[in-house]
Design a protein around this ligand. Structure first.
Ligand code: PLP
Length: 497
Protein backbone atom coordinates (compact mmCIF):
# COMPACT_ATOMS: atom_id res chain seq x y z
CA UNK A 1 0.00 0.00 0.00
CA UNK A 2 1.23 3.47 -0.96
CA UNK A 3 2.42 5.63 1.94
CA UNK A 4 2.54 8.79 -0.16
CA UNK A 5 -0.14 10.46 -2.26
CA UNK A 6 -0.35 8.54 -5.57
CA UNK A 7 1.43 10.52 -8.31
CA UNK A 8 -1.50 9.83 -10.63
CA UNK A 9 -5.07 9.46 -9.45
CA UNK A 10 -6.19 5.85 -9.06
CA UNK A 11 -9.09 4.67 -11.30
CA UNK A 12 -12.42 4.75 -9.50
CA UNK A 13 -13.15 1.01 -9.89
CA UNK A 14 -9.82 0.17 -8.36
CA UNK A 15 -10.48 2.49 -5.43
CA UNK A 16 -13.85 0.88 -4.78
CA UNK A 17 -12.28 -2.58 -4.92
CA UNK A 18 -9.63 -1.49 -2.47
CA UNK A 19 -12.28 -0.10 -0.13
CA UNK A 20 -14.08 -3.45 -0.21
CA UNK A 21 -10.80 -5.20 0.59
CA UNK A 22 -10.12 -2.82 3.47
CA UNK A 23 -13.48 -3.73 4.99
CA UNK A 24 -12.59 -7.42 5.13
CA UNK A 25 -11.24 -7.31 8.68
CA UNK A 26 -14.05 -5.11 10.07
CA UNK A 27 -16.70 -6.23 12.53
CA UNK A 28 -19.60 -7.51 10.44
CA UNK A 29 -22.59 -5.80 12.05
CA UNK A 30 -24.93 -6.85 9.24
CA UNK A 31 -25.41 -10.35 10.60
CA UNK A 32 -26.31 -9.05 14.08
CA UNK A 33 -23.17 -10.14 15.95
CA UNK A 34 -22.22 -6.59 17.00
CA UNK A 35 -23.90 -4.88 19.96
CA UNK A 36 -23.88 -1.03 20.11
CA UNK A 37 -21.75 0.97 17.60
CA UNK A 38 -24.25 0.36 14.78
CA UNK A 39 -28.01 0.95 14.74
CA UNK A 40 -29.64 -0.63 11.70
CA UNK A 41 -33.38 -0.47 11.09
CA UNK A 42 -33.60 -2.25 7.71
CA UNK A 43 -31.85 -2.25 4.34
CA UNK A 44 -34.75 -0.28 2.87
CA UNK A 45 -34.56 2.41 5.55
CA UNK A 46 -30.77 2.52 5.23
CA UNK A 47 -31.07 3.06 1.50
CA UNK A 48 -33.46 6.00 1.89
CA UNK A 49 -31.23 7.64 4.49
CA UNK A 50 -28.19 7.15 2.26
CA UNK A 51 -29.98 8.81 -0.66
CA UNK A 52 -31.02 11.75 1.53
CA UNK A 53 -27.44 12.03 2.79
CA UNK A 54 -26.08 11.99 -0.76
CA UNK A 55 -28.48 14.71 -1.92
CA UNK A 56 -26.87 17.09 0.59
CA UNK A 57 -23.39 15.60 0.40
CA UNK A 58 -21.68 18.91 -0.48
CA UNK A 59 -23.87 21.40 1.34
CA UNK A 60 -22.58 23.11 4.47
CA UNK A 61 -24.78 23.94 7.45
CA UNK A 62 -22.32 26.59 8.67
CA UNK A 63 -24.13 29.34 6.81
CA UNK A 64 -27.91 29.07 7.29
CA UNK A 65 -28.45 31.90 4.79
CA UNK A 66 -26.64 30.07 2.00
CA UNK A 67 -28.42 26.75 2.55
CA UNK A 68 -31.88 27.59 3.79
CA UNK A 69 -32.92 23.99 3.16
CA UNK A 70 -30.53 22.73 5.83
CA UNK A 71 -31.60 25.40 8.28
CA UNK A 72 -35.24 24.44 7.72
CA UNK A 73 -34.53 20.72 8.15
CA UNK A 74 -32.48 21.32 11.30
CA UNK A 75 -35.30 23.44 12.75
CA UNK A 76 -37.83 20.71 11.95
CA UNK A 77 -35.65 17.97 13.48
CA UNK A 78 -35.32 20.11 16.63
CA UNK A 79 -39.08 20.78 16.80
CA UNK A 80 -40.03 17.14 16.22
CA UNK A 81 -37.55 16.07 18.92
CA UNK A 82 -38.77 18.75 21.33
CA UNK A 83 -42.36 17.59 20.95
CA UNK A 84 -41.34 13.93 21.38
CA UNK A 85 -39.66 14.97 24.66
CA UNK A 86 -42.69 17.05 25.77
CA UNK A 87 -40.99 20.42 25.40
CA UNK A 88 -43.10 23.57 25.34
CA UNK A 89 -43.44 26.33 22.74
CA UNK A 90 -40.27 27.97 24.11
CA UNK A 91 -38.13 24.83 23.72
CA UNK A 92 -35.17 25.46 21.39
CA UNK A 93 -32.04 23.66 20.29
CA UNK A 94 -29.55 22.71 17.62
CA UNK A 95 -28.29 19.60 15.92
CA UNK A 96 -24.74 18.49 16.68
CA UNK A 97 -22.36 15.85 15.33
CA UNK A 98 -23.22 13.32 18.05
CA UNK A 99 -23.82 12.61 21.70
CA UNK A 100 -20.39 13.77 22.78
CA UNK A 101 -20.71 17.16 21.09
CA UNK A 102 -24.20 17.61 22.60
CA UNK A 103 -22.81 16.87 26.06
CA UNK A 104 -19.77 19.13 25.59
CA UNK A 105 -22.08 21.95 24.59
CA UNK A 106 -24.56 21.36 27.43
CA UNK A 107 -21.68 21.70 29.91
CA UNK A 108 -20.17 24.71 28.14
CA UNK A 109 -23.54 26.49 28.00
CA UNK A 110 -24.18 25.81 31.70
CA UNK A 111 -20.69 27.06 32.64
CA UNK A 112 -21.02 30.24 30.57
CA UNK A 113 -24.54 30.92 31.84
CA UNK A 114 -23.32 30.57 35.43
CA UNK A 115 -20.36 32.87 34.71
CA UNK A 116 -22.70 35.39 33.14
CA UNK A 117 -24.76 35.43 36.33
CA UNK A 118 -21.76 35.34 38.68
CA UNK A 119 -18.66 37.11 37.36
CA UNK A 120 -16.65 35.84 40.35
CA UNK A 121 -17.13 32.17 39.43
CA UNK A 122 -13.61 30.86 38.86
CA UNK A 123 -13.80 27.14 39.74
CA UNK A 124 -17.01 25.74 38.28
CA UNK A 125 -18.03 22.14 38.92
CA UNK A 126 -20.69 19.75 37.69
CA UNK A 127 -22.28 16.97 39.75
CA UNK A 128 -22.99 13.74 37.88
CA UNK A 129 -23.74 10.06 38.58
CA UNK A 130 -20.76 7.65 38.63
CA UNK A 131 -22.28 5.91 35.62
CA UNK A 132 -22.68 9.07 33.54
CA UNK A 133 -21.22 8.90 30.02
CA UNK A 134 -17.50 9.62 29.84
CA UNK A 135 -18.21 12.59 27.54
CA UNK A 136 -18.89 14.55 30.76
CA UNK A 137 -15.31 13.82 31.90
CA UNK A 138 -14.20 15.09 28.52
CA UNK A 139 -16.33 18.22 28.90
CA UNK A 140 -14.84 18.89 32.33
CA UNK A 141 -11.37 18.39 30.89
CA UNK A 142 -11.99 20.68 27.90
CA UNK A 143 -13.91 23.43 29.67
CA UNK A 144 -12.14 23.59 33.03
CA UNK A 145 -15.01 22.24 35.12
CA UNK A 146 -14.38 19.88 38.01
CA UNK A 147 -16.50 16.73 37.65
CA UNK A 148 -17.90 15.41 40.94
CA UNK A 149 -19.18 11.85 40.83
CA UNK A 150 -22.12 10.87 43.02
CA UNK A 151 -22.32 7.25 44.13
CA UNK A 152 -25.00 4.76 43.13
CA UNK A 153 -27.67 2.86 44.99
CA UNK A 154 -28.08 -0.92 44.68
CA UNK A 155 -30.21 -0.52 41.53
CA UNK A 156 -27.28 1.32 39.84
CA UNK A 157 -29.23 4.59 39.90
CA UNK A 158 -27.55 7.68 41.31
CA UNK A 159 -27.92 8.40 45.01
CA UNK A 160 -29.48 11.87 44.97
CA UNK A 161 -28.57 12.46 48.62
CA UNK A 162 -24.93 12.10 47.63
CA UNK A 163 -25.47 14.61 44.81
CA UNK A 164 -26.86 17.02 47.42
CA UNK A 165 -23.71 16.53 49.51
CA UNK A 166 -21.44 17.21 46.55
CA UNK A 167 -22.95 20.40 45.17
CA UNK A 168 -21.91 23.85 46.36
CA UNK A 169 -22.04 27.50 45.31
CA UNK A 170 -19.75 26.75 42.32
CA UNK A 171 -21.94 23.97 40.89
CA UNK A 172 -23.12 24.96 37.41
CA UNK A 173 -24.98 21.79 36.35
CA UNK A 174 -26.59 18.64 37.74
CA UNK A 175 -26.87 15.65 35.40
CA UNK A 176 -28.92 12.46 35.21
CA UNK A 177 -29.04 9.83 32.48
CA UNK A 178 -32.08 8.40 30.72
CA UNK A 179 -30.79 5.78 30.69
CA UNK A 180 -27.12 5.44 31.60
CA UNK A 181 -25.16 3.46 28.99
CA UNK A 182 -23.47 0.81 31.19
CA UNK A 183 -26.60 -0.90 32.56
CA UNK A 184 -29.61 0.80 30.91
CA UNK A 185 -31.31 2.20 34.01
CA UNK A 186 -32.87 5.66 34.17
CA UNK A 187 -31.66 7.84 37.05
CA UNK A 188 -34.30 9.41 39.35
CA UNK A 189 -34.63 12.50 37.16
CA UNK A 190 -37.54 13.92 39.18
CA UNK A 191 -35.40 14.04 42.35
CA UNK A 192 -32.29 15.35 40.57
CA UNK A 193 -34.33 18.10 38.90
CA UNK A 194 -36.03 18.99 42.21
CA UNK A 195 -32.58 19.35 43.81
CA UNK A 196 -31.45 21.50 40.89
CA UNK A 197 -34.52 23.71 41.22
CA UNK A 198 -34.01 24.12 44.94
CA UNK A 199 -30.48 25.42 44.30
CA UNK A 200 -31.37 27.29 41.09
CA UNK A 201 -28.97 25.15 39.03
CA UNK A 202 -29.75 23.84 35.51
CA UNK A 203 -30.40 20.11 35.13
CA UNK A 204 -29.30 18.22 32.01
CA UNK A 205 -30.73 14.82 31.09
CA UNK A 206 -28.39 12.73 28.98
CA UNK A 207 -30.84 10.81 26.79
CA UNK A 208 -28.33 10.26 24.00
CA UNK A 209 -29.18 6.57 23.82
CA UNK A 210 -32.72 6.76 25.23
CA UNK A 211 -34.07 9.95 23.65
CA UNK A 212 -35.42 8.24 20.54
CA UNK A 213 -36.37 5.06 22.44
CA UNK A 214 -37.93 5.78 25.84
CA UNK A 215 -40.87 7.84 24.51
CA UNK A 216 -42.05 4.68 22.73
CA UNK A 217 -41.28 2.40 25.69
CA UNK A 218 -43.72 4.53 27.67
CA UNK A 219 -46.26 4.49 24.84
CA UNK A 220 -46.07 0.68 24.73
CA UNK A 221 -47.10 0.57 28.37
CA UNK A 222 -43.84 -0.45 30.07
CA UNK A 223 -43.45 1.10 33.54
CA UNK A 224 -41.20 4.15 33.34
CA UNK A 225 -40.88 7.21 35.59
CA UNK A 226 -41.05 10.62 33.94
CA UNK A 227 -37.63 11.84 32.78
CA UNK A 228 -38.19 14.47 30.05
CA UNK A 229 -39.38 18.12 29.97
CA UNK A 230 -42.53 17.12 31.87
CA UNK A 231 -40.30 17.03 34.97
CA UNK A 232 -40.10 20.54 36.45
CA UNK A 233 -36.47 21.64 36.65
CA UNK A 234 -35.17 19.77 33.59
CA UNK A 235 -33.48 22.47 31.51
CA UNK A 236 -31.76 20.53 28.70
CA UNK A 237 -31.80 17.10 27.06
CA UNK A 238 -29.43 15.44 24.59
CA UNK A 239 -30.93 12.81 22.23
CA UNK A 240 -29.01 11.13 19.42
CA UNK A 241 -30.74 10.64 16.09
CA UNK A 242 -27.80 8.52 14.95
CA UNK A 243 -28.61 5.87 17.54
CA UNK A 244 -32.25 4.76 17.91
CA UNK A 245 -33.38 7.53 15.53
CA UNK A 246 -31.71 5.43 12.77
CA UNK A 247 -30.07 8.47 11.13
CA UNK A 248 -26.60 8.40 9.55
CA UNK A 249 -23.66 8.92 11.91
CA UNK A 250 -23.07 12.55 12.85
CA UNK A 251 -26.56 13.48 14.10
CA UNK A 252 -27.64 14.37 17.63
CA UNK A 253 -30.07 16.94 19.01
CA UNK A 254 -29.49 19.17 22.03
CA UNK A 255 -32.64 20.88 23.24
CA UNK A 256 -33.03 23.48 25.98
CA UNK A 257 -36.06 24.64 27.93
CA UNK A 258 -35.68 28.12 26.41
CA UNK A 259 -33.33 30.60 24.73
CA UNK A 260 -31.99 31.83 28.08
CA UNK A 261 -30.02 28.56 28.18
CA UNK A 262 -29.29 27.98 24.49
CA UNK A 263 -27.78 31.41 23.89
CA UNK A 264 -24.80 30.51 26.08
CA UNK A 265 -23.93 27.74 23.61
CA UNK A 266 -23.36 30.15 20.71
CA UNK A 267 -20.04 31.61 19.62
CA UNK A 268 -19.75 34.99 17.89
CA UNK A 269 -16.59 36.77 16.75
CA UNK A 270 -16.85 40.26 15.32
CA UNK A 271 -13.23 41.11 14.53
CA UNK A 272 -11.86 38.27 12.43
CA UNK A 273 -10.36 39.50 9.13
CA UNK A 274 -12.40 36.72 7.51
CA UNK A 275 -15.57 38.57 8.49
CA UNK A 276 -18.19 38.43 11.21
CA UNK A 277 -18.38 34.81 12.31
CA UNK A 278 -21.21 33.18 14.22
CA UNK A 279 -21.41 29.49 14.97
CA UNK A 280 -24.06 27.61 16.99
CA UNK A 281 -22.05 24.46 17.80
CA UNK A 282 -18.44 23.28 18.13
CA UNK A 283 -17.95 22.41 14.47
CA UNK A 284 -17.30 25.13 11.89
CA UNK A 285 -18.31 23.38 8.69
CA UNK A 286 -21.44 21.34 9.41
CA UNK A 287 -22.08 18.40 7.06
CA UNK A 288 -25.40 18.84 5.24
CA UNK A 289 -25.72 15.09 4.71
CA UNK A 290 -26.10 14.36 8.44
CA UNK A 291 -28.86 16.96 8.80
CA UNK A 292 -30.77 15.76 5.72
CA UNK A 293 -30.25 12.11 6.70
CA UNK A 294 -31.63 12.73 10.20
CA UNK A 295 -34.63 14.62 8.84
CA UNK A 296 -35.36 11.87 6.29
CA UNK A 297 -34.97 9.14 8.92
CA UNK A 298 -37.44 10.75 11.32
CA UNK A 299 -39.95 11.45 8.55
CA UNK A 300 -39.70 7.89 7.22
CA UNK A 301 -40.00 6.25 10.63
CA UNK A 302 -42.86 8.30 12.02
CA UNK A 303 -44.41 7.24 15.31
CA UNK A 304 -45.50 3.86 13.96
CA UNK A 305 -42.00 3.00 12.71
CA UNK A 306 -40.33 3.86 16.00
CA UNK A 307 -43.02 2.00 17.97
CA UNK A 308 -42.47 -1.11 15.89
CA UNK A 309 -38.67 -1.12 16.32
CA UNK A 310 -38.90 -0.39 20.05
CA UNK A 311 -41.47 -3.15 20.55
CA UNK A 312 -39.22 -5.67 18.80
CA UNK A 313 -36.04 -4.54 20.58
CA UNK A 314 -37.73 -4.68 24.00
CA UNK A 315 -39.00 -8.21 23.35
CA UNK A 316 -35.60 -9.36 22.09
CA UNK A 317 -33.89 -7.84 25.15
CA UNK A 318 -36.38 -9.55 27.46
CA UNK A 319 -35.67 -12.93 25.81
CA UNK A 320 -31.94 -12.33 26.18
CA UNK A 321 -32.25 -11.30 29.85
CA UNK A 322 -34.44 -14.30 30.68
CA UNK A 323 -32.06 -16.68 28.90
CA UNK A 324 -29.10 -15.22 30.81
CA UNK A 325 -30.84 -15.63 34.17
CA UNK A 326 -31.98 -19.15 33.25
CA UNK A 327 -28.33 -20.30 33.06
CA UNK A 328 -28.24 -20.11 36.85
CA UNK A 329 -24.57 -19.03 36.58
CA UNK A 330 -25.05 -15.47 35.34
CA UNK A 331 -26.87 -12.45 36.73
CA UNK A 332 -27.99 -9.11 35.30
CA UNK A 333 -26.10 -6.18 36.81
CA UNK A 334 -29.34 -4.19 36.97
CA UNK A 335 -32.95 -4.47 35.88
CA UNK A 336 -32.86 -2.22 32.80
CA UNK A 337 -35.48 0.33 31.73
CA UNK A 338 -34.76 -0.26 28.06
CA UNK A 339 -33.12 -2.78 25.75
CA UNK A 340 -29.67 -2.72 27.39
CA UNK A 341 -28.67 -6.01 28.99
CA UNK A 342 -25.52 -6.11 31.12
CA UNK A 343 -24.61 -9.32 32.84
CA UNK A 344 -21.89 -10.82 34.95
CA UNK A 345 -21.07 -14.18 36.50
CA UNK A 346 -22.53 -15.09 39.89
CA UNK A 347 -19.90 -15.21 42.65
CA UNK A 348 -20.72 -18.84 43.52
CA UNK A 349 -20.32 -19.93 39.88
CA UNK A 350 -16.54 -19.31 40.14
CA UNK A 351 -16.63 -18.26 36.49
CA UNK A 352 -14.77 -15.22 35.21
CA UNK A 353 -16.91 -12.90 33.10
CA UNK A 354 -13.99 -11.78 30.92
CA UNK A 355 -13.06 -15.39 30.21
CA UNK A 356 -16.68 -15.84 29.11
CA UNK A 357 -16.24 -12.79 26.89
CA UNK A 358 -13.17 -14.41 25.30
CA UNK A 359 -15.19 -17.52 24.47
CA UNK A 360 -17.93 -15.38 22.90
CA UNK A 361 -15.30 -13.58 20.84
CA UNK A 362 -14.03 -16.96 19.66
CA UNK A 363 -17.55 -17.44 18.26
CA UNK A 364 -17.31 -14.12 16.39
CA UNK A 365 -19.44 -11.96 18.68
CA UNK A 366 -18.13 -8.43 19.21
CA UNK A 367 -18.14 -8.14 23.00
CA UNK A 368 -18.39 -4.90 24.97
CA UNK A 369 -16.55 -5.39 28.31
CA UNK A 370 -17.26 -3.03 31.22
CA UNK A 371 -15.76 -2.49 34.67
CA UNK A 372 -16.93 -1.59 38.20
CA UNK A 373 -18.40 -4.18 38.20
CA UNK A 374 -16.78 -6.31 35.51
CA UNK A 375 -19.55 -7.29 33.11
CA UNK A 376 -20.59 -7.69 29.48
CA UNK A 377 -22.87 -5.10 27.87
CA UNK A 378 -25.37 -5.73 25.06
CA UNK A 379 -27.34 -2.89 23.49
CA UNK A 380 -30.07 -4.97 21.85
CA UNK A 381 -31.85 -3.60 18.78
CA UNK A 382 -34.64 -4.93 16.55
CA UNK A 383 -31.83 -6.10 14.25
CA UNK A 384 -30.74 -8.65 16.90
CA UNK A 385 -34.07 -10.41 17.30
CA UNK A 386 -33.05 -13.28 15.01
CA UNK A 387 -29.74 -13.75 16.82
CA UNK A 388 -30.79 -14.02 20.47
CA UNK A 389 -31.17 -17.82 20.49
CA UNK A 390 -27.75 -18.30 18.93
CA UNK A 391 -26.16 -15.90 21.42
CA UNK A 392 -27.71 -17.77 24.33
CA UNK A 393 -26.59 -21.08 22.88
CA UNK A 394 -22.99 -19.78 22.62
CA UNK A 395 -23.21 -18.41 26.14
CA UNK A 396 -24.28 -21.80 27.50
CA UNK A 397 -21.50 -23.62 25.71
CA UNK A 398 -18.99 -21.00 26.93
CA UNK A 399 -20.13 -21.68 30.50
CA UNK A 400 -19.78 -25.42 29.97
CA UNK A 401 -16.27 -24.95 28.58
CA UNK A 402 -15.12 -22.72 31.44
CA UNK A 403 -16.46 -25.14 34.02
CA UNK A 404 -14.05 -27.73 32.67
CA UNK A 405 -11.18 -25.25 32.11
CA UNK A 406 -11.07 -23.26 35.38
CA UNK A 407 -7.68 -21.65 34.70
CA UNK A 408 -8.84 -19.92 31.51
CA UNK A 409 -9.28 -16.51 33.21
CA UNK A 410 -5.53 -16.24 33.81
CA UNK A 411 -4.81 -16.08 30.08
CA UNK A 412 -4.97 -13.71 27.14
CA UNK A 413 -7.60 -10.99 26.94
CA UNK A 414 -9.46 -12.17 30.02
CA UNK A 415 -6.35 -11.68 32.13
CA UNK A 416 -5.53 -8.35 30.52
CA UNK A 417 -9.02 -6.89 31.01
CA UNK A 418 -9.27 -8.43 34.46
CA UNK A 419 -6.03 -6.76 35.49
CA UNK A 420 -6.84 -3.45 33.89
CA UNK A 421 -10.10 -3.29 35.83
CA UNK A 422 -8.38 -4.03 39.12
CA UNK A 423 -5.01 -2.30 39.03
CA UNK A 424 -5.27 0.28 41.82
CA UNK A 425 -2.72 2.61 40.20
CA UNK A 426 -4.98 4.12 37.56
CA UNK A 427 -2.17 6.40 36.34
CA UNK A 428 -0.32 3.28 35.22
CA UNK A 429 -3.37 2.03 33.29
CA UNK A 430 -3.81 5.47 31.74
CA UNK A 431 -0.18 5.52 30.65
CA UNK A 432 -0.57 2.09 29.02
CA UNK A 433 -3.63 3.27 27.10
CA UNK A 434 -1.82 6.47 26.10
CA UNK A 435 1.04 4.36 24.76
CA UNK A 436 -1.43 2.43 22.59
CA UNK A 437 -2.98 5.71 21.38
CA UNK A 438 0.43 7.07 20.43
CA UNK A 439 1.03 3.94 18.38
CA UNK A 440 -2.43 3.98 16.81
CA UNK A 441 -1.93 7.54 15.61
CA UNK A 442 1.84 7.40 15.20
CA UNK A 443 3.95 7.40 12.03
CA UNK A 444 3.80 3.59 11.66
CA UNK A 445 0.00 3.44 11.67
CA UNK A 446 -0.27 2.99 7.86
CA UNK A 447 2.26 0.14 7.64
CA UNK A 448 0.85 -3.17 6.40
CA UNK A 449 0.11 -5.57 9.25
CA UNK A 450 0.57 -2.83 11.83
CA UNK A 451 -0.64 -3.99 15.27
CA UNK A 452 -0.59 -1.41 18.10
CA UNK A 453 -0.99 -4.19 20.68
CA UNK A 454 1.74 -6.19 18.92
CA UNK A 455 4.32 -8.45 20.47
CA UNK A 456 7.36 -6.20 20.04
CA UNK A 457 6.31 -3.50 22.45
CA UNK A 458 3.27 -4.62 24.32
CA UNK A 459 3.13 -2.22 27.26
CA UNK A 460 3.35 -2.72 30.97
CA UNK A 461 -0.02 -4.39 31.55
CA UNK A 462 0.53 -7.12 28.95
CA UNK A 463 4.05 -7.69 30.27
CA UNK A 464 2.59 -8.20 33.75
CA UNK A 465 0.00 -10.61 32.36
CA UNK A 466 2.64 -12.59 30.52
CA UNK A 467 5.10 -12.73 33.38
CA UNK A 468 2.76 -13.27 36.31
CA UNK A 469 -0.64 -14.18 34.75
CA UNK A 470 -2.92 -15.80 37.33
CA UNK A 471 -0.71 -14.86 40.28
CA UNK A 472 -0.89 -11.12 39.52
CA UNK A 473 -4.65 -11.40 39.09
CA UNK A 474 -5.03 -13.23 42.38
CA UNK A 475 -3.06 -10.49 44.19
CA UNK A 476 -5.18 -7.78 42.60
CA UNK A 477 -8.32 -9.69 43.56
CA UNK A 478 -7.20 -9.72 47.17
CA UNK A 479 -6.42 -5.96 47.07
CA UNK A 480 -9.86 -5.33 45.59
CA UNK A 481 -11.65 -7.37 48.23
CA UNK A 482 -9.74 -5.64 51.05
CA UNK A 483 -10.54 -2.26 49.55
CA UNK A 484 -14.26 -3.16 49.40
CA UNK A 485 -14.14 -4.39 52.99
CA UNK A 486 -12.46 -1.36 54.48
CA UNK A 487 -14.00 1.33 52.29
CA UNK A 488 -17.40 -0.07 51.28
CA UNK A 489 -19.21 1.96 48.63
CA UNK A 490 -16.08 4.02 48.02
CA UNK A 491 -16.25 5.98 44.80
CA UNK A 492 -14.52 4.25 41.94
CA UNK A 493 -14.50 7.03 39.42
CA UNK A 494 -12.17 9.97 39.64
CA UNK A 495 -12.09 13.25 37.77
CA UNK A 496 -9.92 13.41 34.66
CA UNK A 497 -7.01 15.76 35.14
C1 PLP B 1 -25.91 7.71 27.41
C2 PLP B 1 -24.92 8.12 26.35
N1 PLP B 1 -24.47 9.39 26.33
C3 PLP B 1 -23.58 9.81 25.41
C4 PLP B 1 -23.08 8.95 24.44
C5 PLP B 1 -22.05 9.46 23.46
O1 PLP B 1 -22.55 9.47 22.16
P1 PLP B 1 -21.57 9.56 20.89
O2 PLP B 1 -20.81 8.28 20.86
O3 PLP B 1 -22.52 9.74 19.76
O4 PLP B 1 -20.69 10.73 21.07
C6 PLP B 1 -23.53 7.63 24.44
C7 PLP B 1 -23.00 6.67 23.45
O5 PLP B 1 -23.30 5.49 23.48
C8 PLP B 1 -24.47 7.20 25.40
O6 PLP B 1 -24.92 5.94 25.45
Amino acid sequence: MSLTLPARGVPHDEILDRLKDLREGDADWRDGRVFSLVYHASDEHGELVRRAHNLFFSENGLNPMAFKSLHRMEAEVVRMTASMLHGGPETVGTMTSGGTESILLAVKAARDRARHKNKKLTRPNIVVPETVHVAFDKAGHYFGCEVRFAKLDASMRVDVNDMAQLLDANTVLLVGSAPQYPHGVVDPIDRIAALARKHKIPCHVDACIGGFFLPWVERLGYPLPLWDFRVPGVTSISADVHKFGYAPKGASVLVYKDMDHLKHQFFVSTDWPGGIYASPTIAGTRPGGAIAGAWASMMAMGENGYLDHVDRAMKAAKRLAEGIEATGKLALVAKPDMCIVSFTTKADSKLDVFALADRLEDRDWLVDRQQSPNCVHCTVTSHHEARIDEYLEDLRSAIAYLETHPDHHARGNAAMYGMIAKIPFRGMVKQSVMDVMEKLYGPRAAEPGFDPMGQDDEGVVMRLVKSYGGRALAVLDRVDKLRERFTPGKKRRRAVT
